[in-house]
Design a protein around this ligand. Structure first.
Ligand SMILES: Cc1cc2nc3c(=O)[nH]c(=O)nc-3n(C[C@H](O)[C@H](O)[C@H](O)COP(=O)(O)O)c2cc1C
Length: 209
C-alpha cells in the first residue's frame, strides 16, 4: 500500500533524552550540523519584546551551551540588549533544513560575566574586534562612508596595541526553561517533544505535529 506508515519501525531519538541534561541533544545536533559543513550551524533566531509589547527578532550566533544555558554575544546598547535589560523574556529558534530539525528555546536572559566576554573577545579576528569598537549597533548611521571612517580611526588608534573588549560589548546567558525538539518526518507526521522546567526538575511530553 502506497500511503501507509510503518510506525512500528520508527524509533524516536526523543525517547532517550536525558532530563538531567535537556540541552545535550541540541549540542549534538549543532555538532552534527558542523560536521556536515552546513552554513552557520549555530545561528539562531532570537526574539525579544520591547517595553511597549512589540516583538522583535533577529539572528544571532549561539556561542555558549551547557546543560541548562545558551549564550550569545552582542552590543550591550543594541535594541535587543535594551529589551533584555527592560525585562523581556527571550524566545529562540534554530533550524537546519538539510536535517529537517528545529529547536525552540525559551527563557530569561542575563548579562554574561566580563570574564567570559573578555575571553571570547580575545580570540576574535583583529578586524572583528575593530568592527565591534566601530559599531553603535542599532543607532542611526548617516552613511557607510562614515562607518568606514570610524573603522579606520580605530584601526589607527589600536595599531600597535592589543585590542581590549569595548565596555559596551558583551553577551547574554539565557537560562533555558522550555525546549521543543522537532524532527521532520514523512507525510508531516513530525516528531515533537517539549521539555519544560518545573523548579529544578525537567519534565517532557510529546505534542502533535
Ligand atoms: C547569521 C547571522 C548571525 C548574526 N549573529 C549576530 C550575533 O551573534 N550578535 C549580534 O549582535 N548580531 C548578530 N547578527 C546581526 C543581528 O541579526 C542584528 O542585525 C543585530 O544584532 C542588531 O539587532 P538589534 O537591533 O535587534 O539589537 C547576525 C546576523 C546574521 C544574519
Amino acid at each position: 500500500m502506497a500511503d501507509t506508515i510503518e510506525s512500528e519501525i520508527y524509533v524516536s531519538p526523543f525517547d532517550s533524552i536525558d532530563l538531567i541534561n535537556p540541552l545535550e541533544l541540541l549540542s549534538k545536533w549543532v555538532d552534527e550540523a558542523k560536521e556536515l559543513g552546513l552554513p552557520e550551524p549555530d545561528a539562531m533566531n532570537l526574539a525579544t519584546v520591547d517595553k511597549d509589547g512589540n516583538p522583535h527578532n533577529r539572528m544571532v550566533l549561539m556561542r555558549h551551551i551547557n546543560d541548562s544555558e545558551i549564550g550569545f554575544f552582542t552590543n550591550l546598547e543594541s535594541s535587543k540588549a535594551n529589551d533584555i535589560f527592560n525585562g523581556s523574556r527571550t524566545s529562540s529558534t534554530l533550524w537546519w533544513p538539510q536535517l529537517s530539525r528545529q529547536v525552540r528555546l525559551e527563557g530569561m536572559a542575563q548579562e554574561m560575566s566580563r570574564k567570559m566576554v573578555d575571553s571570547y573577545f580575545a580570540q576574535r579576528p583583529r578586524n572583528s574586534k575593530i568592527a565591534a569598537w566601530s559599531s553603535k549597533q542599532s543607532s542611526q548611521l548617516e552613511s557607510m562612508d562614515k562607518l568606514h571612517q570610524v573603522f579606520d580611526g580605530f584601526s589607527q588608534k589600536f595599531a600597535a596595541d592589543t585590542i581590549p573588549t569595548p565596555p559596551f560589548w558583551g553577551g547574554f546567558i539565557i537560562n533555558v526553561e522550555k525546549i521543543e525538539y522537532w524532527l521532520g518526518r514523512e507525510f508531516r507526521l513530525h516528531d515533537r517533544i517539549v521539555l519544560s522546567k518545573h523548579g529544578d526538575a525537567w519534565a517532557k511530553h510529546r505534542i502533535y505535529p
